[in-house]
Design a protein around this ligand. Structure first.
Ligand code: PRX
Length: 634
């Protein structure tokens, strides 16, 4: 198993060097030794960042579910593939073996085929964290349909926009979902969304809450009875390496969400290889990632990466605060979790609670802790290290994006010495560069700049669904011949990287990417609103919170402000989802603008954070007087 499991720092450097000097040989070895292929590739890599065009393992043939499931049936048919932990701890967890998973995904795959879904068709999946979500995703992959999972916390209009953009023929959902002590009427949201999506022919509904729901005749059908009738065998569709595997939407700083398209072979090789190394997964380990499968973290590191390695992966339906703030640790003890992967926002929320919630449980099974989604601050890092890892489980701070498909920067546990708040070193194959605003590469150490990647890696998104121009403009036009991440980073004296945050108008709130423009668009839709600007400001738990500055129309001026706030928040919740609601909305007379009419967000960010001591140069403003007014009424 050359290269596959990196064991010490010297080996990491060797492997890294090889991955840069001979990238094709390097990835070829990884791909050859650890996967089953129906046909091997003709060429490992073809690329051109100016178009951009990226092809890995050209002309290879495979099916990713054969690699996730079928090949494990020879040796680990009775091993647990998925431990499903329900929202309510009184309900029994499920242990789904590789054998059962095989049967279930074949059942669902046959149902999809029966409903006319073919290779290349798009299927929207809007499900809570129940086993059917895993079955639906893998069933699509089995038959070559492209899955587009929409996080079940998104609103009806966000769901409609994504369903329409991907032109989905089918939608898979549930009668409802449980989240803590709340029950959510998922099917009601779907019905409302589908009023605008006439091309969805079939809705399959999994039963979860048992709520009374409407079933639209000719369109809606319960999933379980269809699965029961379906055959347990479904031949995997033979896919080309570059056939799309899935679309996953992510917010941009402007405009509509971007449907990032990930393809089959490269994504498979990279998600599997990173999983194995970054979590130091050993054969009988139990691995748990607390993300939702509605995000890329869940795609790559709840489902594909772990299953490709024949791992046992935990899928948790609930929330960290229910029935109390000890829930995560109760689950770690119950399932003897060895690798635990979560987001800094969860760590910060739990760190605010009494340590009794932690100390009640036996966490001695833990070997590796992970963090993802936003920068982890030093305090949270130490709390995690001391109280959860008991200073013996290395923390992997993993930096990556929906677009990158897999982890790009991370320490490797027991290999790379960690340093709080630093994601540390690039993973093999990842060639990072820092650029200045003029487009010049910043060399050397102890520098900071805009983080770019100058060479392709197997799991990079290949395009934006039906919008290749936007893909090029967003990622490949800021810096010539480089993929621009949108993040700033610094490189310390030994070459470790620390991510400093977004340099565009994307704000990360509780680990969720939110573009300011779509939120402003939602606010502006309120009939009383003339204009608005949304910025982020530091929040102890969420990392960032949102602050909305709103100019009212004359008609709005006469209205009650609290009611207006409520209505604006509701508009945002309907258009995007509750996570996009600002913590504060301030009504203002005007917004600080440059002479060319651009809103000076730098000033608004300062005001929002309460730090108005040094607002920098305001002399270039068209309307400097509004700044005083905004500060006064803050
Ligand atoms: O700003 C970075 C931040 O999250 C962004 C990507 O968000 P998304 O596509 O939703 O994917 C999140 C899960 C992979 C990045 O551009 N980010 C992610 N991980 C880290 C991070 N910032 C700092 N440290 C991290 N470990």
């Amino acid at each position: 198993m050359s290269n596959y499991h990196i064991k010490n720092l010297e080996e990491y450097f060797q492997v890294y060097r090889k991955s840069v000097r001979e990238p094709e040989n390097f990835w070829q070895e990884v791909a050859e030794e650890h996967f089953v292929w129906r046909k091997k590739w003709d060429k490992v890599l073809k690329w051109d960042f100016t178009k951009p065009e990226i092809k890995w393992f050209e002309n290879a043939k495979l099916n990713i579910t054969e690699n996730c499931i079928d090949r494990h049936l020879l040796t680990k048919a009775e091993k647990t593939a998925i431990i499903w932990e329900p929202n309510d701890p009184k309900e029994k967890p499920l242990h789904i073996t590789y054998n059962e998973l095989h049967k279930k995904i074949n059942n669902v795959a046959n149902v999809l085929k029966d409903k006319g879904i073919k290779k290349g068709d798009r299927v929207c999946i809007y499900l809570p964290m129940i086993p059917e979500l895993a079955y639906a995703v893998l069933a699509c992959a089995r038959i070559g349909a492209i899955h587009s999972v929409v996080f079940a916390g998104f609103s009806f209009s966000a769901l409609a926009a994504r369903t329409l953009d991907a032109d989905c023929k089918m939608l898979i959902t549930a009668d409802g979902s449980f989240r803590g002590n709340k029950t959510i009427d998922l099917k009601g949201i779907v019905d409302k969304a589908l009023e605008d999506c006439p091309d969805v022919e079939t809705v399959l509904v999994a039963k979860r809450t048992g709520a009374e729901i409407n079933m639209k005749e000719g369109r809606d059908q319960w999933l379980e009875p269809l699965m029961e009738k379906a055959s347990d065998e479904c031949k995997p569709e033979v896919m080309d390496s570059e056939d799309p595997l899935f679309i996953l939407y992510t917010s941009g700083s402007t405009g509509k969400p971007k449907g990032m398209v990930h393809t089959t072979a490269g994504y498979m090789v990279y998600s599997a290889y990173t999983f194995k190394n970054i979590f130091n997964y050993q054969n009988d380990d139990v691995y748990w990632c607390t993300a939702d499968i509605g995000w890329i973290t869940g795609h790559s590191y709840i489902l594909y990466g772990p299953l490709l390695n024949g791992a046992t992966t935990v899928m948790f339906e609930g929330v960290p605060s229910y029935p109390d703030f000890g829930r995560f640790w109760e689950i770690v003890e119950k399932h003897k979790v060895n690798q635990f992967y979560t987001a800094p926002t969860a760590i910060r929320a739990l760190a605010k609670k009494n340590l009794e919630f932690v100390d009640k449980y036996d966490l001695s099974s833990l070997k590796v802790l992970g963090s993802v989604g936003e920068p982890i601050n030093e305090e949270a890092w130490h709390w995690y290290d001391n109280n959860i890892g008991k200073s013996k489980s290395p923390i992997v701070d993993t930096w990556w994006q929906t677009e990158t498909g897999g982890i790009m920067i991370s320490s490797i546990p027991f290999v790379t010495p960690t340093k709080p708040t630093f994601a540390t070193l690039p993973f093999p194959g990842i060639q990072l560069v820092l650029m200045d605003e003029e487009g010049i590469e910043i060399k050397g150490n102890q520098v900071d700049g805009r983080l770019c990647i100058k060479f392709p890696w197997p799991s990079m998104a290949r395009t934006i669904w039906r919008n290749h121009d936007r893909y090029r403009d967003t990622y490949f036009s800021t810096f010539k011949n480089k993929y621009f991440t949108g993040d700033g980073a610094l490189r310390d004296e030994v070459g470790y990287y620390r991510i400093t945050g977004r340099v565009d108008d994307v704000i990360i709130v509780s680990g969720h990417n939110l573009g300011t423009a779509p939120i402003e668009d939602a606010i502006n839709e309120h009939p009383a609103v003339a204009e608005s600007a949304v910025v982020g400001f530091p929040n102890e738990v969420k990392g960032n919170a949102l602050y909305g500055f709103v100019i009212l129309k004359e008609t709005g001026e006469k209205r009650d402000r609290d009611n207006l706030r409520k209505e604006i928040n509701q508009t945002i919740a309907d258009k995007i989802g509750p996570i996009a609601k600002p913590d504060k909305i301030q009504f203002v007379e005007g917004l600080p603008k440059t002479r060319s009419g651009k809103i000076m967000r730098r000033i608004l960010r300062k005001i929002a954070s309460g730090d108005t001591s040094d607002l920098g140069d305001t002399s270039t403003l068209l309307n400097p007087e509004v700044v005083e007014e905004i500060i006064k009424n803050r």
